[in-house]
Design a protein around this ligand. Sequence first.
Ligand code: PRP
Ligand code: URA
Length: 209
Amino acid sequence: MSKVHLIDHPLVQHKLTMIRDRNTGPKDFRELVNEVALLMAYEVTRDMPLEEVEVETPICKTKGHVISGKKIGLIPILRAGLGMVDGILKLIPTAKVGHVGLYRDPDTLKPVEYYCKLPSDSYERDFIVIDPMLATGGSAVAAINFVKNIGCSGVKLMCLIAAPEGIAMVQKHHPDVSIYTAAIDEKLNELGYIVPGLGDAGDRLYGTK
Ligand code: PRP
Ligand code: URA
């Protein structure tokens, strides 16, 4: 069963409340989403493997640790996932970025695919799939399918707000994928929006409504 990590650091929770606020405009919304993404990335990467190396300080030789293991790839789900990429890249600047384009059909709420471009060395990487909203879970499951279909097994999912329905959907289809979220909200409404949520993440990021 996918493990769910609730990131309850005070800085994350404070910024998330500002993100939820309907009076927060696109400029502040974008900045806050990137700041929360950076802070969350610290937790998402906590289990990265380390290897011991020798380092020479100005005083003497000693042992230190550097990150080892597979390189990281980020997969933002277009559009709203893009809003988290720059924040994460501040922490993991060498990560390659693939893109998966999906939108939810407003009637069926099923994800519709329109773009997929992944790094050519994807099979050598562990991936973090990124989307601020995990609502029904359809988009996240489809994006993880893309990544797994090219042979990658190390996948994590990072979102800002998850609905219980979305968590259950990911756990059903991808029980090996850990979910990192800053909040687990109450439910979905009849239009498939997370309650209380933050509204439409893409529209709030880019001012399209
Ligand atoms: C939103 C959000 C997720 C998806 C979540 O994208 O960014 O990708 O909905 O819903 P789900 O869990 O029910 O699939 P949207 O389809 O609104 O596209 P956009 O990011 O281009 O606005
Ligand atoms: N997509 C969003 O942007 N917000 C929601 O609440 C649900 C899906």
